[in-house]
Design a protein around this ligand. Sequence first.
Ligand code: GLN
Length: 304
Amino acid sequence: MDYKKIIQEIHEEVMPFRGDGNVASYIPELEKIQPDQFGMYLKCLGGADYEIGASQTKFSIQSISKVFSTTMAYELLGEALWEFVGVEPSGDPFNSIMQLEYEDGKPRNPMINAGAFVISDILYSRLDNPKEDLLKFVRIIAGEEDIHPNAAVIASEKSTGYRNASLANFIKSFGRIENDINDLLDFYYFQCSIEMTCRQLAHAFQIFANHGKLPGDNVQFLTSSQIKRMNALMQTCGFYDESGDYTFKVGIPGKSGVGGGIAALFPQEYSVAVWSPRLNTKGNSVMGIKALELLTTKTGLSIF
Ligand code: GLN
C-alpha cells in the first residue's frame, strides 16, 4: 500500500474544504485558534509512519479524551462499568440532556458528555491522584512525556459551561454521581484540555488497533475482547448524532473532539489522527472526516 502517495493525495483533495465550518466558539479559548490548519499522521503497526501538514502541532483533544478516561474506568471496573453507563448510541448532540430524564439518569454511552461525567466520577472516586494518573496513562500510551493540560482552556470552559454543569447536576439528582460537582467538572475539563499532536494521538491509538498492546511492548491494556468493545463504542457513538453518517462514509472506529481532532484506527493495520479546527454543525471536524473518508476509500480498507 502506497500510504505516502495516498496521504499526499488526501492533503490536496481536502484543501477545497478549507473554509467550510466554524471553530468551536462556545469555548472562547478555542476560538483563538487559526482555523485553516490541517494535519494528519498515520502509523502502520508494522512500523512505518506517514505525516503531512500540521501533524506535529498541539491542539486541544477535548472529547477524544473520553476514550482514554473510559479505558481507565473499564480497566478498574471490568464489565461492571456498564451498570453505570450504557453502550447504545444516543442519536442526540454530545451535550444533550433529554434522554437522561426518561432513562433514570443513566447516560446512553461514555462518548457523550453525560457519560463522560459518570466516567469522571468513577475515576475521581477510585484513583488517588485522578489528574496525575490520567495524564500518566496518556503519556505512556502516547510514548511521549511532553503532553500537558491547558489552564486557559480549563478556565474558559468553566466560565461558560452552564450546560455541562446542568447535565452533571441532573445526573447527580438521580444519585448517579458521588462527588462534588465542581470537583468533578474541574477533573472533566482537565482531561478535555489536554493538548496533543496528531503524532501523539496516532501513537496512543495503536493499543486499539493492536488488541491492547503498543507494538513491541508486552504491557496489556484491557483484554482483547474489551478492546473490541471500545472499538465498537467508538464506531457507534464516537461522533454523537453523526456516528451513523461517519460510519457510512468512513467505516473505521474513531473518536472526535471539538478541538477539531479525530483519532481512528484500522484493526491490525494502522492508527491515524487528523486535525483541522473547523467543525460541522454536529461538532466534528469537516476536513478531518473528509480526510478519513478519502483514506478508507483510497486504501479500500474498512472494517466493513
Ligand atoms: N469539553 C467539551 C465540552 O464539554 C468537549 C465536547 C466535545 O469535544 N464534543 O463541551
